[in-house]
Design a protein. Sequence first.
Length: 189
Amino acid sequence: MPVIPAFCDNCGAAFSSGIFLDNCLNVSLRGNKSGPCPRCGGIGSVPDGVFNVVDGVIKELGAFRSREETLNKLAEILTNSVERNESSAQIAQKIRDEAPEISRLADVLPRTRSELYAFIALILTLITLIITNIDDDDGATERLLEKALEKSMQPHYYIPYEQPTPQSRNSPCSCGSGKRYKHCCGTLI
């Protein structure tokens, strides 16, 4: 059974990631870690990508692209297909071959030409909107979350739990009536 390798982040050694695959198509791996490294004891990274594993042979279909690269590739596939008047099946096959990380889109393409072109126009519009709003290098969301977590861990945000002291029967009632507790809210049934 084939093992997907991991590469140590410290020393670069290749070792078994513990991910075993056999007879699988379009397996997507992203952000996986494995360890410890047999050479230095560090943590290793499993290569990101889309893999086919058939009869014990691992074939990498392609490394993961960034979101922007993937969307640009999809836009290129769709615009070229419209220019060439390709059918829905041809477009679906191109998406599966050239952008396997979004191959599910190929399954929902409409069959009629008019619906297909309307769908492509909608997808291209969405891609344009998404790409204009992508800001991969900013990381503002992560920084905001880290700041919020740091603030919440500061001592002045902790409110210690205090065990409520039971009211004595002769103390004033806490409801504000001015009566003693035993004659107001503390009456026995």
